[in-house]
Design a protein around this ligand. Sequence first.
Ligand SMILES: Nc1ncnc2c1ncn2[C@@H]1O[C@H](COP(=O)(O)OP(=O)(O)OP(=O)(O)O)[C@@H](O)[C@H]1O
Ligand SMILES: [Mg+2]
Length: 363
Amino acid sequence: MKLGIVGLPNVGKSTLFNAITAAGAESANYPFCTIEPNVGVVAVPDERLKVLTKLLNSEKEVPTAIEFFDIAGLVKGASNGEGLGNKFLSHIREVEAIVHVVRCFEDENITHVEGRISPIDDIEIINIELMLSDLDILNRRIQKTEKLVKSDKTLQKELDILNTIKETIEAGNSVRSIDFTEEEKRFVKELGLLSYKPILYVANISEEDLMSNPENEYVKQVIDYAKAENSEVIIISAQIEAEMSELTDEEKDSFLKDLGLHESGLNKLIKASYRLLGLMSFLTTGPKETRAWTIKIGTKAPQAAGKIHSDMEKGFIRAEVVSYNDLVSCGGYPQAREKGLVRLEGKEYVMQDGDVVLFRFNV
Ligand SMILES: Nc1ncnc2c1ncn2[C@@H]1O[C@H](COP(=O)(O)OP(=O)(O)OP(=O)(O)O)[C@@H](O)[C@H]1O
Ligand SMILES: [Mg+2]
C-alpha cells in the first residue's frame, strides 16, 4: 500500500518526502528500508502503543508503517508525454492513493513554474492531466465493450457506467462527484482511473504563516475546492517539518509547544494518509512486544491473523478480543477478563480499529 506525493514542480514535494523519510529512519524499532531512493517508509503514529507497552511492561514497541513515493513534478501536457509525462502518470498508476502538495506560500526566491501563486489553477493543472489520461483509458474500454455487448447483453450496464464517467470528465467534473452504488464502485475501481484514486491535499505554507495565520487566503481556496469533492486538506509547512525531523523528540515537543500545537503536521498527514488508504490497526501486546498491525477496514479475524503469520490463518480457531479502551480502563488483562470484556470471536468476526487480540490456532 503506497501513497504517491504529486504536485507541480518546486512546490515542496521532496521537502515533505525528506521529512517523512527522516521520521521513518528515526523510528528505531521499525525495520527501516529504503526500497528505492524515492520510496520512503514511515511509522504510523499511534499513541495507544505507548500506553499498552507500559501497561503490559513490553520489551519492545513496534508501530506499523506505510510507504510514500516521491513522484517528480507533473507539468501541463503530461498526458501527451510532455516533460516526462507518461512516466509520471505510470508512477501515479502504481500508488493506491494520492497526496497532492499545493504551494500556498509566497517566496520570491522560489520559482513557480506558472509564474504566480494560485492554488486552484495548480490543482486543476494536475487533475486535468489525470482526467485526460483517464479519457484515453475510457475510450479504449468503451470501444471494446461496444463490440462485446453485441453478443453479451449483460455488458450494457458496464457500458452505461463507462459512458457516464466519460461524459462527466468531458464536462470537466470529477469522477469523485458521481454517486455510484457499491457494486458500481467496485467496477470503477478496477478501471484504475487516476482521477478516481483517493486523494488528500497538502497545503504547504510558510513558516511565518504557520506561526500566525495557517489558514491564509490560499489555504482557504484549497479547503473550498476539496470540500466540493469530499477530500481532506492537511495544512503543513514542509520546510518546518523537514527542519523538525532533525530534532530530538524532546526538542520537537518543546518546538511544537512554542508554536501552540500539540501534534506535528507530519503526524496528522501520516494518520490521514492511513485512513485515506482505507486502513486500520489492530494491536497485539504482551511482555515481549506491543505491536500495531495493518489491515483493510472490514477484514475478518482469520485474515487479520494471517497478517501475523500464514499458519495463524490456516489453523485459526478463535480470537480473544478486547477493545483498547476497555483494556486500558480496566487496568489490565486479569481485570478485563473478570469483567467479561475479553470476548471470544470466531471466523466471521469483523475486526475493529484498536482491537487488542490474541489468536488461538492449530499448527
Ligand atoms: N513551506 C515552505 N516554505 C518555504 N519554502 C519552501 C516550503 N516548502 C518547500 N520550500 C522550498 O521550495 C523549494 C522547492 O521544494 P522541493 O524541492 O521540495 O520541491 P518539489 O516539489 O520536490 O520540486 P520538483 O518537482 O522539482 O522535484 C525548496 O527550495 C524548498 O526549500
Ligand atoms: Mg522533488
